[in-house]
Design a binder for this molecule. Sequence first.
Ligand code: IMP
Ligand code: MG
Length: 186
Amino acid sequence: MKDLYDDIDHVLIDEATLQKRIQELAATITADYDGIEDLMLLAVLKGSYMFLADLSRSLRRPHAVDFMGVSSYGGGTKSSGAVRIMMDLKEPIEGRNVVIVEDIIDSGHTLSYLRRTLLARNPRSLRICSLLSKPVRREVEVPMDYIGFDIPDEFVVGYGLDFDELYRNLPFIAVLKPEVFAHLYQ
Ligand code: IMP
Ligand code: MG
């Protein structure tokens, strides 16, 4: 079997840079939630699992964690705009202070849909934290409270983000070699 790293064209955000920025985000959120009770991190599966693990460990406020599974992509690299809830939260969010934890905001369709859906459940507050953002790709505006990095219009993998369910386990954010995508266009 080939080595995982053979498919990488280049590293966009290395491990140290990622970790340093996540510490900064955690410090900001910790400060913002001073005196606020009942904080809940709502992680959007699957892409945000690694980000959630590091962010959650660095937060100095007591918080619950819950998960939601949504799907907006098939096996490809372009969003269809159609979002579906594949797995819902275990707990109600009414009256709670919720921070959505996402891996990346691209077109904005996923977070726009999630935000509307969750606001209808009457949380006390709802904020959004995304590790990555591709500003030039935005089709719908979504109010973002915390963003780790703005990145260019390139398909990225690693640190939870996948291509065709693979490469999530890379500890950095990377761009794949063009030939890895080749089978999509045949
Ligand atoms: P949006 O609905 O277009 O904003 O897309 C959001 C979702 O698409 C993210 O939660 C990711 O799962 C996926 N996505 C968008 N861009 C990328 C990328 O560059 N790499 C991997 N997944 C991506
Ligand atoms: Mg995602």
